[in-house]
Design a protein around this ligand. Structure first.
Ligand code: HEC
Ligand code: HEC
Length: 459
């Protein structure tokens, strides 16, 4: 392929040797740890509870009509199914407990959010731990849980109140998670003691779609800008609520060593439909030529260059890039999470890291902000929709364009006042939601694009 200017081979981890070592992490040695890691995440609450079963069971009473009427006539099981669908929750795979993947539910009926709220979701009706939860609507769920608690006279907790000062996520399936972290770190010292914030942190609210966890084993540094070297402590930032003091972090470390092993072990699901082998073989050649330099190679000889592409060159939405300031990264670098400087932290990254494309068929929508609904749209930059909304059942999948089944619009229909419905429209005109950039596929002919799309299904 043409040399792309300015690319910095920042983190040249990816050699065949490294891939073999990384793969062996998931092997027999760590098997117990892997099992424990998953078990911790679904069964152990690392935060104080969010709400009680009683509140969840009654949440339908605050729904708008006609849903409320339908729920009223439904059986409790059916109502629960409706609530799961409304908020983007799924059952746990291979588990008949009836509990959601996304929350820990203890013996007393307390529900506590876990990592899978954002990092576990369904594709084609099957839930996969580690698949970004593109259905999760934290904002709506929090609003309706709070109203239900108020009706019940139950105590309001962290999320119910936090939402009043911090947007949680303005589009379904995405969240303002990076800013939660910035806000919560502002009142901690390096050892994670709670301190009054010296200055109020500059907050640039924006939503992101989480990356799939099956990338974890290939990456040496985390996040779209690759700023933080990975380690088990990095995974514990999620626990940064004021109720958790430094001791809770230290005591949780062993659990998160298991969680780390579990993350290393995750593999993507296989594309479940027929693949045209000849066409995908053609696509592989195009991919090697035009894409592999950034996205690596797959199959027997796995490589992953973990390349940072300068922000102006990649051209995808830059709000996330600008929102995390050097001072935020420096604060992180000197803290317990990064072993007080012992872990590599990139204070001024140049741009975004090209992610691995393993299991790419299963992780729509695409780009770090979740702005592009299908692989076809990734490959046809000029035809990306300005506004899109999911259509069909929640598990509907577009096998033609490979990704979410969506309706495309020029704008959100006038008169859409319902906030919950508005959140279902992805509006690329809004700040942080641009679907522009990544023009590399434009160098391909139409038939090369078709072949590459077939090849992407095999990853
Ligand atoms: C509220 C949603 C949310 C929750 C809950 C959440 N995450 Fe994330 N996570 C994100 C988002 C969004 C990103 C992308 C951030 C970025 O790239 O800047 C992310 C990124 C990550 C990454 C980096 C992956 C990569 O390839 O770069 C890891 C690892 C991760 N999260 C682990 C966890 C763990 C472990 C938990 C629970 C202890 C957790 N997350 C809870 C939203 C969430
Ligand atoms: C110069 C490096 C570079 C080249 C060449 C390149 N990409 Fe990318 N690609 C990136 C970066 C960086 C991102 C992340 C952009 C973002 O999320 O904002 C990305 C994202 C993607 C995504 C979305 C990934 C996800 O999980 O959301 C797909 C699919 C993709 N690229 C496919 C391709 C294909 C196919 C080609 C070849 C035709 C290609 N790329 C060429 C750098 C590159």
């Amino acid at each position: 392929m043409q040399r792309v200017p300015l690319i910095r081979r920042s983190l040249a981890l990816a050699t065949v040797v490294a891939a073999v070592i990384l793969t062996s992490y998931g092997g027999a040695l760590a098997a117990d740890s892997v099992v424990r890691g998953y078990d911790h995440l679904i069964n152990k609450a690392y935060l104080p509870p969010d709400f009680h079963q009683r509140t969840f069971d009654e949440v339908w009473r605050v729904w708008p009509e006609p849903m409320r009427g339908l729920a009223e006539q439904a059986s409790p099981e059916e109502r629960r199914r409706m609530a799961f669908e409304r908020y983007g929750l799924t059952l746990r795979p291979d588990d008949d407990s009836g509990k959601p993947l996304q929350y820990v539910v203890d013996g007393d009926g307390n529900w506590t959010m876990n990592c899978f709220a954002c990092h576990g979701g369904q594709v084609l009706g099957k839930a996969y731990p580690g698949r970004p939860n593109s259905d999760f609507d934290l904002e709506t769920m929090t609003e309706e849980i709070r109203r239900t608690k108020i009706r019940q006279g139950a105590t309001l907790t962290r999320m119910d109140l936090g939402q009043l000062v911090l947007p949680l996520g303005t589009t379904r399936g995405t969240s303002n998670a990076v800013m939660f972290g910035v806000g919560l770190m502002a009142s901690r010292d390096a050892r994670l003691n709670l301190v009054p914030p010296s200055v109020l942190p500059r907050m640039v609210h924006h939503d992101m779609e989480p990356p799939p966890w099956w990338h974890f084993r290939k990456r040496s540094h985390l996040y779209i800008d690759g700023f933080a070297e990975k380690g088990h402590r990095a995974l514990m930032q999620f626990m940064l609520v004021p109720e958790n003091g430094p001791k809770v972090f230290r005591e949780g470390e062993n659990d998160y060593r298991d969680v780390y092993q579990y993350l290393e072990s995750i593999c993507p699901p296989k594309y479940p439909f027929a693949i045209d082998r000849d066409l995908s073989q053609e696509g592989r050649e195009v991919f090697q030529r035009q894409c592999a330099e950034c996205h690596g190679t797959y199959g027997d000889r796995e490589t992953y260059p973990e390349l940072t592409v300068p922000i102006d060159e990649i051209g995808t939405d830059r709000v996330r890039y600008d929102a995390l300031l050097p001072e935020h990264r420096r604060g992180y670098a000197g803290s317990w999470f990064a072993d007080f400087g012992g872990r590599r932290v990139v204070i001024e990254p140049e741009g975004y890291v090209a992610p691995p494309l393993d299991g790419i068929w299963a992780s729509a929508p695409y780009f770090h902000n979740g702005s592009v609904p299908t692989l076809w749209h990734v490959l046809h930059a000029s035809q990306r929709p300005r506004v899109w909304i999911r259509q069909g059942d929640p598990d509907a999948y577009d096998t033609q364009r490979v990704g979410l089944s969506v309706r495309e619009l020029a704008e959100i229909p006038a008169g859409t006042f319902d906030r919950v419905l508005r959140r279902q429209y992805f509006d690329t005109a809004r700040r942080g939601k641009s679907a522009a950039g990544h023009a590399y596929p434009e160098q391909l002919t139409e038939s090369e694009k078709e072949a590459v799309m077939e090849y992407l299904k095999t990853l």
